[in-house]
Write a new protein. Sequence first.
Length: 186
Amino acid sequence: MSLLRIYPENDPEQYQEFTSFEVIAKRLKDASLKFEHWTADRELSTNASQEEILAAYHAPVKTLMKEYGFVTADVISVHSGMPNHPELRQKFINEHTHSEDEARFFVDGCGIFYIHTKELVYAALCERGDFIDVPARTRHWFDMGPKPFLKVIRTFKTPEGWIGDFTGSDIASRFPRFETIFPHPA
């Protein structure tokens, strides 16, 4: 189930919540983000390699890369059995931007993108089959939760495209974390 919460940027206690995919896609489109549901039907092992995941989703990734002009793709695959998962969670949990679009296809698991734009914070739970494109220079952060499980295909125009430019704002620390919004991931 996809989920979207929209908060005023100065009040993390107040929000509107949406669970209809069509409404979520429309609300995110109004914020200049693309949100789509793609087919993610390949069975992958917990420890599937980057090569196996990219091969399993070769056709949609090739289409995505052509449409956006991306030249490279990789995979972020995290699960709670990995000893470094707490460090990986901390890597992008503070507000940052990227020099290019952050296009992500969730082929398994889930995580929450928080997008800070137009005096609002959009908390978009992305799950298996969800595709999200956060435009370049859009302030955002990402939370995979304390017991992460996700496999996400990331695409870039340059190899440095994934590097975050942190804003220095503490806004992310004021908003509910993954485990508060989505306490029992499937």
